[in-house]
Each structure stands twice: as C-alpha cells, then as structure tokens.
Ligand binder design. Structure first.
Ligand SMILES: [Zn+2]
Length: 115
C-alpha cells in the first residue's frame, strides 16, 4: 500500500507496536496500515471412510488442499467451517475435534500422487 486510503497522502514507514508500519504522515488523519492477518478456516473432511480434498483448476497438477474459507464477522470457527463445508461440498457435518491454529507461514503443500 503506497497511499492513504482516506486522504491519499503518500504513506511513510513508522515504527509502531514493535514493527515498522506504513502510516499516513497527516496527523489529522492518523491512518496506519497494520496489515493484520485475515483468519482462514480449514477442515479435514472425513466422509464415508475417505478424506475429501479440494482442487482448484488454477493450481498445478496434483496439488490439492483442505476445504477452506474465510471466517465471517460474528461467526465462531466451528460454525464457520461447517458453513464452508456445506457451501463447497454440499455436506452437513459436525466438528469432531479441533486440530490447531497455525500461522500462514507454516502452510504446507500436499502433493497427492494417484496411480
Ligand atoms: Zn491519511
């Protein structure tokens, strides 16, 4: 982000909250680009003894992913992931267990080799 979305002033680098941030130098504006992460939900979907993985046509061949989606405002992670599973797979599920929470930098790619 190069310009303030409120007053269009060019942003400058400021040290805030222990990190360097892009911020608006106009003190009456005060915009700070915090670049906070957006929570994403993911599910390992077990169905009829199999695990269902997703595939996007834009992904390289043999790359699959978990069922994922963005959490909506005022939605718990449990409700959100069940909504995503229903939207993407047409399945009504239940949360069997919470696996964990991970930073995006911990993302891994699964390479599924079919025979
Ligand atoms: Zn501004």
């Amino acid at each position: 982000m190069r310009y303030c979305p409120y007053c269009q002033t060019e942003l400058i680098a400021l040290s805030l909250g222990g990190a360097e941030r892009q911020a608006c130098p106009d003190q009456t504006c005060g915009f700070v680009y915090w670049n906070n992460p957006v929570p994403v939900l993911a599910a390992v979907v077990e169905h009829e003894g199999e695990v269902i993985l997703a595939r996007n046509v834009g992904w390289p061949e043999k790359v699959f992913g978990l069922i994922t989606g963005f959490m909506e405002q005022n939605e718990s992670p449990e409700v959100g992931i069940l909504r995503e599973v229903e939207e993407e797979l047409g399945l009504q599920g239940r949360v069997a267990s919470f696996i964990g929470n991970y930073a995006f930098s911990q993302k891994i790619r699964l390479f599924w080799h079919t025979t």
